[in-house]
Design a protein around this ligand. Structure first.
Ligand SMILES: *Cc1c(COP(=O)(O)O)cnc(C)c1O
Length: 355
């Protein structure tokens, strides 16, 4: 158990009113959680303080070599006014997998979850009420040694900030177009693709810009070696329904193991679908689309929950899926998962955690 000191702000900001557009990630609450790490001492001084700038040496290691880890989850406002988290223990576990890869010291899982709950509790009035809105939670660790030698830092900061965010789908679930990237790659086996770390996103920007410039909403990555097998999309995992089966790339080390992905696999299996986690080539997809057996395509991630894909472009080929409509399974998964997250449906799996 952490002994978290709480220092409340004396200048609270106005909480956005109902109907005010929230967007994503540019409004922050009144408080944040901070904890320091010092070699020999471990994690220490857990505290909740007013949200504000932090000072770092310009030589801080994170600014030069990118030794950092982040997580992303949400707090949801239930109909009764309660505040829920969704499987925060999974975020805590994944944070430590990322930490291992990046030589960042572990944060005990129970401390991670305690810190998330504590800071959300202090700012619980910021969890918005409107349909589809949530409080986005961003825990992260940065390396802070003021030292330009390349080595793991001996000091770190673990920080959690909170941002009320609008509904991902302002006007209902709409299928998006995805650009299959054949030039740049995001990660390779042995790299850090399975870790949630800024460097992977830095590596992704060029393809994202390319996809946007071509009128597509996100880039889909192919494997870094043969550029033949499907990996994932921007900040989402990807799933296909082919001839009635649910197929998704297996976790091979270069793909981020999404908590939404894991939850959806659970649901699909429970509903009697055959789920295959395996390699899937872009050629197999094109072939399935030609034969008419590619029934549904959707991305999965905390931000969008489930995002239907209506169009895939690969080189000169454009595959249309579902005739501009959302697939039946995609819609059902969206309804079930959001139902559990917002407390509108029973939670037989124990995924919902009340703050
Ligand atoms: C966070 C993330 C995902 C989705 O993970 P969830 O836990 O479902 O939100 C997928 N891909 C990448 C690259 C990510 O960073």
């Amino acid at each position: 158990m952490l002994d978290i000191k709480i220092q409340k702000t004396t200048e609270p900001k106005p909480i956005p009113k109902k109907g005010e557009p929230l967007g994503f990630g540019h409004i922050f609450t009144d408080h944040m959680f901070i904890m320091n790490y010092t070699e020999g001492k471990g994690w220490h001084d857990p505290r909740i303080v007013p949200f504000g700038d932090i000072t770092l040496s310009p030589a801080a290691m994170v600014l030069h070599y990118g030794q950092e880890m982040f997580e992303g989850l949400k707090a949801y406002r239930g109909e009764s006014g309660d505040v829920y988290l969704f499987r925060p223990d999974m975020n805590a576990k994944r944070a430590n997998n990322s930490n291992d890869r990046l030589c960042i010291p572990h944060i005990p899982e129970e401390d991670f979850v305690q810190a998330v709950k504590a800071v959300v509790d202090v700012d619980r009035d910021w969890v918005p009420y409107e349909e589809g809105t949530s409080l986005y939670i961003r825990p992260f660790v940065i390396s802070t040694d003021p030292h330009l030698g390349v080595a793991p830092s001996k000091t770190y900061l673990f920080i959690i900030i909170l941002s009320p965010s609008g509904a991902y789908y302002e006007s209902g679930l709409a299928p998006v177009g995805i650009w299959i990237e054949d030039e740049y790659v995001r990660a390779v086996r042995g790299g850090m693709g399975y870790a949630k770390t800024g460097g992977n996103y830095a590596a992704s920007l060029a393809a994202q810009v390319k996809a946007h410039d071509s009128g597509y909403s996100q880039a889909l990555w192919l494997d870094g070696v043969e550029r033949k097998y499907i990996e994932e999309v921007g900040s989402m995992n990807i799933m296909f329904k082919i001839s009635g089966k649910v197929v998704t790339p297996m976790l091979n080390g270069s793909i981020l193991p999404g908590i939404t992905r894991n939850s959806i696999i659970h649901l699909c299996k429970d509903w009697g679908y055959e789920v295959e986690e395996r390699r899937i080539s872009v050629d197999e997809l094109i072939e399935a689309a030609r034969k008419g057996t590619l029934e549904e395509v959707f991305g999965t991630g905390t931000a969008a929950v489930v995002s239907p894909v209506g169009k895939l472009r690969y080189k000169d080929e454009v595959i249309e899926i579902g005739g501009g409509k959302i697939g039946e399974l995609t819609q059902k998964l969206y309804d079930e998962l959001t139902g559990i997250q917002w407390g509108k449906k029973p939670d037989p799996y124990g995924w919902r955690v009340t703050v």
